[in-house]
Design a protein around this ligand. Structure first.
Ligand SMILES: *Cc1c(COP(=O)(O)O)cnc(C)c1O
Length: 440
């Protein structure tokens, strides 16, 4: 299996080359050059999530150096459950993706990528340096996933004072091979520094830099696995496809679901729930593609005004009419997020994070006939305990903290201050570049 850039300006690569590169050299995103076909019967009945992930991803890694290790990699990545839970009398189910180490769905993708990259580093070579700017839940998930992976070091950059205390704890509690840099600047400064580091000749000469951002193929494919597992469970139980409402920002999770349907899983409708950043819903309604600056909302991990995975969606559906038939989208503003959190807690005893609440709201707005036509699933992307400041006043009681997050909050923290200049980052990274890569 080979991967090509969505922009067509760089050579095709193998599965593991795409994982190591992240972005294609021409700035495009990697997509498969051909599509595998899978049917429900290709999946062993009663298979676990890691086994379903293995069956689903195998054709995508066919012929690659990682193919033989894929069973171990999916077992490592999907080592926590993704239960499908009916929601009271509401007539739909919720796919809970928040049972991982940092209580958000990004744990699946980050762990798959980490397990893969760790196997691509031959012993004795200099370590791989993963650089990430923390935004949303990405920094914590990546730090957790790469912690103590031999042959890999991680630098997480976050804006000092601009992340919540809980977020900061999750970025700074790792140590060992994970360094957290508190940048004296904004989120944009962190992003700019990371981008500048990748093209800095001195750093490129001295370090093997890699990114772990959400456009990496290695983060997308495992996300297709839980949509596949859900669709298979519904198919075997009810003999009909599952339809999904997915809280969306950069469209990674939604695209993974679309890919799962494209290879043959029994998936019906796919609905994108966006916050007030309405670039995608506006486009789907027939307006020109108009990326814009992101606006801050309660569902902050979805504050994306220029979703990069749209390139992959357009690569899959070059005809606009086909794309429009493949997905629909809706916009949920902050007031509606607040009302939905309060209402569903009162009606069903369920507590949503602000992101999941966008999907619950889209579901609540759905006409009865459309709702009855499918087995509907809303995707819960994060645990509400990550957003207690927002959620608790709306429901009037405390959100129980899951054991995974409680464990993170007991760990000691450390961070290094960093001036928002490339020069400072260069010095910080090179200072430790030649010390042993493998953590103890
Ligand atoms: C990242 C994130 C999203 C958005 O997912 P995309 O793949 O970027 O569309 C939604 N909810 C939560 C909690 C997230 O962390």
């Amino acid at each position: 299996m080979q991967y090509r850039s969505t922009r067509g300006g760089s050579p095709a690569v193998t599965f593991s080359e795409a994982l190591l590169a992240g972005l294609a050299p021409d700035g495009g995103l990697y997509v498969p050059t051909e599509w595998p076909r899978l049917a429900p019967e290709d999946f062993v009945s009663g298979a676990s999530l890691p086994e379903i992930a293995h069956t689903l991803i195998s054709p995508f890694a066919a012929g690659d150096v990682l193919a033989a290790a894929l069973g171990d990699i999916t077992a490592d990545a999907c080592n926590f459950p993704a239960p499908l839970v009916p929601v009271g009398e509401a007539g739909y189910s919720v796919l809970e993706l928040f049972h991982g180490p940092t209580a958000a769905f990004k744990d699946f993708g980050a762990r798959f990528l980490a397990a893969s990259l760790a196997r691509l580093r031959p012993a004795g070579v200099r370590p791989l340096e993963i650089l990430v700017a923390a935004s949303g839940d990405t920094g914590g998930a990546v730090a957790a996933a790469f912690h103590r992976r031999p042959g890999i070091r991680v630098a997480v950059l976050f804006p000092e004072g601009l992340v919540s205390p809980a977020q900061e704890q999750q970025l700074t509690c790792w140590g060992d091979n994970v360094r957290a840099f508190a940048v004296q600047g904004s989120f944009d400064d962190c992003q700019r520094l990371v981008k500048a580091a990748f093209v800095d000749p001195a750093l490129r000469r001295e370090l093997d830099l890699s990114s772990a951002n959400s456009i990496n193929l290695g983060r997308l494919l495992p996300q297709a696995a839980y949509h596949a597992a859900t669709a298979l469970a519904v198919w075997r139980r009810e003999g009909r496809p599952a339809s999904f409402v997915i809280p969306s920002g950069n469209l990674g999770n939604a695209l993974a679901c679309i890919w799962a349907r494209h290879v043959g899983l029994p998936i019906g409708e796919i609905v994108l729930a966006h916050n007030a950043n309405r670039t995608v819903p506006d486009y789907l309604s027939g307006q020109p593609w108009q990326p814009r600056r992101s606006i801050a909302t309660l569902a902050s991990a979805m504050d994306v005004g220029d979703p990069s995975n749209m390139e992959r969606l357009q690569a899959l559906y070059p005809q606009f009419a086909t794309l429009q038939a493949a997905v629909t989208g809706d916009v949920v503003d902050d007031a509606a997020i607040r009302r939905r959190i309060t209402a569903d807690h009162a009606a069903y005893g369920r507590i949503w994070c602000p992101h999941t609440a966008t999907a619950a709201e889209v579901m609540a707005r759905m006409p009865a006939a459309r709702k009855a036509g499918s087995a509907w699933v809303i995707v819960a992307t994060a645990h509400p305990a990550k957003f207690r400041e927002i959620v608790e006043p709306l429901i009037g009681c405390a959100v129980p903290i899951p054991a995974s997050l409680a464990r993170l909050h007991e760990r000691p923290t450390s961070k290094e201050p960093l001036a928002p200049q490339l020069d400072a980052l260069r010095r910080a990274l090179l200072a430790t570049a030649h010390t042993a890569g493998a953590p103890t």
